[in-house]
Write a protein that binds this ligand. Structure first.
Ligand SMILES: *[C@@H]1O[C@H](CO)[C@@H](O)[C@H](O)[C@H]1NC(C)=O
Length: 432
């Protein structure tokens, strides 16, 4: 499967299409007095056309968008997050999706098209509103469930209520005890103390932690937040999941720095083809390909992981899709036995075919968001060392991935590398 240039073009367009800015109205303040009952402001969040922060339902109104019309639209469909963007767009969901993060409130500064005295986000900025879980109909359940406005440590967000099949595997694997009894905040703090980036409360009294929740679990069963309705053992006014229902919390900001492969018993496993992308600290998103850079006499091919918009000559011989099997990231569609060579400090990651080299298991990635499912986990390509994008002067300034750039490298200036890039895999088509 040779990387095709149309895909590059489409990718480039996707990356650019949401960057249009409207004229800001910085003097405006969002009004909250007139919000529909039960809804409150969560602040201003980042958004992009490629990975919508709220993505399950939406509508646009070029001349009559208001905060209330958006909230009423989302609420009538059972969603408890509503977001307004670019003055005229309304989005709904039951979770704030990775990689969104709360940003400066002043970033949201565009007037709503239907009410010039209210704020409706901005370009790539979403004014987010939320409501607690809908009250459930039975009397044994909690009237007011978890809300994303509970004060969690920075970066932690409520993600929704998911089925935990429990057997043969739990959604999250590591149980911790919450001092003073289970609550969502207590559980998140207990997981933080134990060094995890995902937390879930279940069955009232249980607190579970992990670095990710497998994709299968996100897709199976119920997504109904009202299913999570058992009173917490540490605070009966709050909900803590239910039997086989885990109420999930995720730390978006602080991926665990020492997590390498999905090697805790869930491998080996094959996954559908993914596309990798790099996300820089300023949230630029760069799609990646495995570009063919060398073929030796024996036919052995060498590929480098690089940015297709700067790195792919015409015709472009590279691979845009990857599989993740046995804990190893591999270009998808290569003949032979593609392997990822061990990363060398200061150098670019290399994949080769037709080699007897043993597969190296450190090129591990946790696939993240797709159109309708997320996989929470560690997004960096490998443990411990930061990856960066560097302009490779030996290849016309191509933006190559470099493992822990070093000073005085002949092929790049480490001072101008973009450091601490996180790499993610996403599924280009989400029909699962
Ligand atoms: C730079 O480009 C050359 C030629 O494609 C490649 O061999 C090398 O791995 C790249 N990266 C670095 C860090 O030199």
């Amino acid at each position: 499967m040779i990387y095709n240039s149309l895909a590059i073009l489409l990718t480039a367009i996707l990356f650019l299409s949401d960057s249009v800015e409207g004229s800001p109205h910085t003097s405006l303040k969002a009004r909250q007095a007139s919000l529909p009952a039960g809804w409150s402001s969560l602040g201003c969040y980042t958004d992009s056309a490629l990975t919508r922060t709220l993505r399950t339902a939406s509508f646009t109104s070029v001349d009559s968008m208001t905060i209330s019309s958006c909230i009423n639209f989302c609420s009538s469909q059972g969603f408890h997050f509503a977001g307004l963007e670019f003055g005229r767009e309304c989005y709904c969901d039951n979770s704030i999706r990775y990689p969104a993060f709360a940003t400066n409130a002043n970033d949201c500064n565009m007037a709503c098209t239907g009410d010039s005295s209210s704020i409706c986000g901005a370009g790539d900025r979403l004014s987010v509103y939320s409501t607690p879980l809908l009250a459930t109909t039975t009397t044994t359940t909690v009237a007011h469930g978890p809300t994303p406005t509970i004060s969690f440590p920075p970066g932690w967000n409520f993600q929704g209520c998911f089925v935990d099949p429990v057997n043969p595997t739990r959604a999250l694997q590591h149980q911790v005890t919450v001092p003073g009894g289970n609550t969502p905040t207590g559980c998140v703090n207990a997981c933080v103390a134990a060094g995890w980036t995902v937390a879930g409360v279940e069955f009232g009294s249980e607190c579970w932690c992990d670095d990710y929740m497998p994709y299968d679990f996100m897709t199976s069963g119920s997504f109904t937040n009202s299913d999570c309705n058992m009173p917490c053992s540490g605070d009966t006014t709050k909900a803590c999941g239910a039997g086989n229902r885990i109420q999930l919390y995720v730390n978006f900001n602080n991926a665990r720095p020492d997590f390498g492969c999905l090697s805790d018993g869930r491998d080996p496993k094959s996954y559908p083809p993914f596309q990798p992308r790099g996300i820089t600290t300023v949230q630029d998103q760069i799609g990646l390909i495995a570009l063919l850079i060398d073929v030796d006499e024996s036919g052995r091919k060498t590929f480098i992981l690089t940015d297709p918009t700067t790195g792919c000559p015409d015709p472009c011989e590279g691979y845009s899709t990857f599989t993740f099997s046995n804990g190893i990231l591999k270009p998808y569609g290569l003949l032979g036995n593609p392997v990822a060579l061990p990363p060398v400090i200061g150098e670019s990651p290399i994949f080769v075919t037709n080699t007897d080299a043993a597969p190296f298991t450190d090129y591990c990635v946790s696939p993240f968001g797709t159109d309708n499912i997320d996989w929470y986990g560690f997004p960096r390509l490998t443990a411990n060392q930061p990856w960066a994008f560097c302009h490779n002067t030996s290849a016309d300034g191509r933006f190559d991935i470099v493992y822990s750039p070093v000073p005085d490298h002949p092929n790049y200036d480490s001072g101008s590398c973009l450091n601490f890039v996180t790499l993610q895999l996403f599924i280009p088509t989400a029909n699962f």
